[in-house]
Write a protein that binds this ligand. Structure first.
Ligand code: PHE
Length: 347
């Protein structure tokens, strides 16, 4: 094979490539064109096979010619791509700008989460009735969350199915705010009158249950406390939150740490008791659990249950928030942190 012929063909390919490049104004096309010459199946690559047929003495010169054309094509490609980028930038900068358009609104400063708003409002109501605010840890021991609250050893809430354990049977994420009752009674002198707001955790996850939600615990222990005090306190509270015309009812219930126990329902604020989807056609909405502190609980923390009595209640903040902001179909919205949702509430 004549080395001069190969060199001449390489030179042709270089010129041909530059000519084709002229017509291209898309990055993809430029890169494809380069590949058509230098790629595995490219024209220059195909010529390379002929080098074996060249007499050994001339191979070096032919090899250099290959390198030159390769460099020539690579260089031309680089120049074309650079020119393309510059012209795109120029076109972008030359776009007409309407200086009369309004600017983008900043999202503004942060605001309170709807759950926090409702929680603060509820705590304020109890503070106005003489309650103090207490708190406890979210990581609890079995003792404060269950044992001291008179839960029997085989109670279903102590099951792995219902409780998020950190160490089985020992440490857990509190399933309610009631352990704060125990912590407070062990710490403070009587009389005790507290509310304890905070996050609680359960193995629940569906449209009406979130694995983390918020409760407010209430506890009052003193001499001469009766069920009438419980009733009066909760009635006052519910009238302040939902309005004076809201009817409530106490329904007998059971909690290991209260005796007697009652669940409190309010007449459905949406249908006023005639039955609708919100109240599952019962006319009533469950708001909280309550009862007289079980003597076993008082004795557990060293309080004379012959002399002292008390009441306690536990209220679902999410529940109240769902009712207060009617139309929120799922509790999940409270925990997704979508600014379009959170921006709808006063701060
Ligand atoms: N801790 C109970 C619950 O989470 C509610 C409750 C609190 C009931 C205090 C009675 C007294 O369901």
């Amino acid at each position: 094979m004549d080395p001069a012929e190969i060199i001449a063909r390489l030179d042709d390919l270089g010129r041909q490539f530059e000519a084709r490049l002229e017509a291209l104004d898309q990055e993809q096309a430029i890169r494809a064109c380069q590949a058509a010459y230098l790629g595995g199946k490219g024209e220059v690559t195909a010529l390379r096979k002929l080098i074996k047929q060249v007499e050994p003495a001339a191979r070096k010169t032919v090899g250099q010619a290959f390198n030159q054309v390769k460099e020539r094509i690579t260089h031309a490609t680089g120049v074309a791509l650079q020119r393309l980028k510059e012209s795109e930038e120029r076109a972008y900068l030359e776009q007409p700008v309407d200086l009369t358009l309004p600017g983008r609104q900043p999202r503004g400063i942060g605001r309170l989460h709807p759950i926090s708003i409702v929680m603060h409002d509820i705590v304020d109501i109890f503070v106005s009735m003489g309650f103090d605010v207490a708190s406890g840890p979210e990581i609890e021991t079995d003792y404060y969350n269950f044992a001291a609250l008179n839960f029997p050893a085989d109670h279903p809430a102590r099951d792995m199915q219902d409780t998020l354990f950190i160490k089985e049977g020992k440490t857990l994420l509190r399933t309610h705010t009631s352990p704060v009752q125990i912590r407070t009674l062990l710490k403070r002198p009587l009389p005790v009158q507290i509310v304890a707001p905070g996050a609680v955790y359960r193995r629940d996850d569906d449209p009406t249950h979130s694995p983390m939600f918020f409760q407010i615990e209430g506890l009052l222990v003193d001499e001469g406390v009766t069920f009438a005090h419980l009733r009066g306190t909760l009635e006052t509270f519910i009238h302040k939150v939902f309005g004076k015309d809201v009817t409530l009812r106490f329904r007998p219930s059971f909690f290991p740490f209260t005796e007697p126990s009652a669940e409190v329902d309010i007449q459905c604020i949406s249908c006023k008791g005639s039955g609708c989807r919100l109240c599952s056609h019962t006319g009533w909405l469950e708001i909280l659990g309550s009862g007289m502190v079980d003597p076993n609980v008082l004795e557990e923390v060293g309080i004379d249950s012959e002399r002292y009595t008390g009441f306690a209640f536990g209220l679902g903040v999410d529940r109240v928030a769902m009712l207060r902001y009617e139309g929120i179909g799922t509790i999940k919205l409270f925990y997704e942190n979508d600014p379009r949702f959170l921006g709808c509430f006063r701060s």
